[in-house]
Design a protein around this ligand. Structure first.
Ligand code: TXA
Ligand code: MG
Length: 355
């Protein structure tokens, strides 16, 4: 039987594992977002993965493993900090950057001497990795730069027959990508904020963890200033983090991130130009609003879980652009990952300077 001829989406772990072993691409559910799985030890499979995603080859991917002991298959110079974090948070939404073993292909690491490792907690994917018997490269299962998928149907819609199979594990629980911590260097540093925040990491390590994302919550930076600061830092950095490119996780329509007090004037301005905006805001729609309007959850965990599916919904609505109300400052705790993704999904708002 040619397994590619049968159903494209389903819950068949055996089929998923076999296809991956044959060098095919299979989308896998994780607790964060769906990943595009490929055999990490196969350079041909990795090349296929980069082609399907449309990702530049110098941007590294995460290797997903199923047992902490497998760190040793991929990394060397494994620090106590790495073991503490692995023990505390795996399986879970945390990715560790460690020095790579010589045997690990530069195709996975984007030419760098470090490797990203994580044990995801979704049972279907853990079982698939176990059956494959080796680590799986799995970037988020979206085309490069676009929104990450949190449902099997999102992946199928974006890739169709480009993938051999989509393993359907339901809706992703966390909803935004894993926290990435760099453990190579003087002190641990968050490279991508996520559900596991700095306080949780520091509590386990008993030391300070650097984070340019969460420090920004405590001062008065605007989102644009924050992004400028990040961009400056990124040009200095040798580490390439695609999620750290200025525009990433983006819907097809322009998305403008606006403060609460900017929302009404921005809508009025757009209306005066004959433009329609779909909206994600903390308050209900005003009665005259005539496009989709979704009300945000004030709880960070719930907000994150629904974020990408809501942006997808607003993106497909009959409108010219998307307005998202910025999470308020008093809800900063637990919002660093969300603010990061929203800032990167957004375009500079053309109407803001004239408000
Ligand atoms: O939650 C997640 O992490 C999801 C699920 C599928 O596990 N995966 C994911 O993969 O978000 P991707 O490829 O979309 O993002 C991986 C991030 C990128 O920003 C990449 O640059 C960074 O991990 N990364 C990978 N290897 C790295 C390395 N050696 N050094 C620094 N960053 C690295
Ligand atoms: Mg991604």
């Amino acid at each position: 039987m040619n397994k590619k001829d049968t159903l494209r989406v389903g819950q068949d772990i055996e089929k998923a594992a076999e296809l991956i072993q044959e060098g095919e691409l299979v989308a896998l559910p994780t607790e964060t977002v769906y990943g595009l799985g490929a055999l990490a030890r196969s350079e041909a499979a990795i090349e296929k993965l980069y082609r399907a995603k449309g990702r530049p080859t110098d941007h590294p991917v995460i290797v997903h493993i199923c047992e902490p002991a497998q760190i040793n298959d991929w990394a060397c110079d494994i620090t106590d900090d790495a073991m503490k974090l692995a023990e505390a948070f795996w399986p879970g939404p945390l990715t560790l950057i460690l020095k790579k073993k010589e045997s690990v292909s530069y195709k996975i690491t984007g030419g760098q001497d470090t490797v990203a490792l994580r044990i995801p907690s979704h049972p279907l994917t853990l079982e698939t990795i176990k059956r494959v018997g080796s680590g799986l490269a799995a970037p988020s299962a979206n085309k490069f730069g676009r929104l990450s998928p949190t449902e099997a149907s999102d992946v199928d819609r974006e890739f169709g027959e480009e993938l051999a199979y989509v393993l359907d594990g339901g809706t992703c629980d966390i909803g935004i990508e894993s926290t990435i911590v760099n453990l190579v260097g003087d002190s641990p540093e968050i490279l991508r904020p996520g559900h596991i925040d700095r306080a949780a990491l520091e509590a386990v390590l008993g030391k300070k963890v650097r984070s340019r994302f969460e420090e920004a919550d405590t001062d008065t930076n605007t989102d644009t200033e924050l992004l400028d600061k990040q961009n400056q830092q990124e040009t200095r950095e040798a580490v390439r983090v695609p999620g750290a490119l200025p525009q990433h996780y983006a819907p097809a329509k322009p998305l403008y991130l606006v403060k609460t007090e900017e929302l009404a004037p921005a809508l009025a301005k757009l209306k005066s130009e004959g433009k329609k905006a779909s909206v994600l805001a903390f308050s209900a729609a005003p009665s005259q609003h005539d496009a989709p309007w979704l009300v945000s959850d004030r709880d960070a965990r719930n907000f994150a879980r629904k974020l990408y599916s809501r942006l997808r919904e607003l993106d497909t609505a009959n409108c010219d652009c998307i307005l998202v109300e910025s999470p308020p400052a008093e809800t900063a705790q637990g919002w660093a990952g969300i603010k990061d993704r929203l800032t990167r999904a957004s375009s500079p708002a053309p109407f803001l300077p004239i408000l």
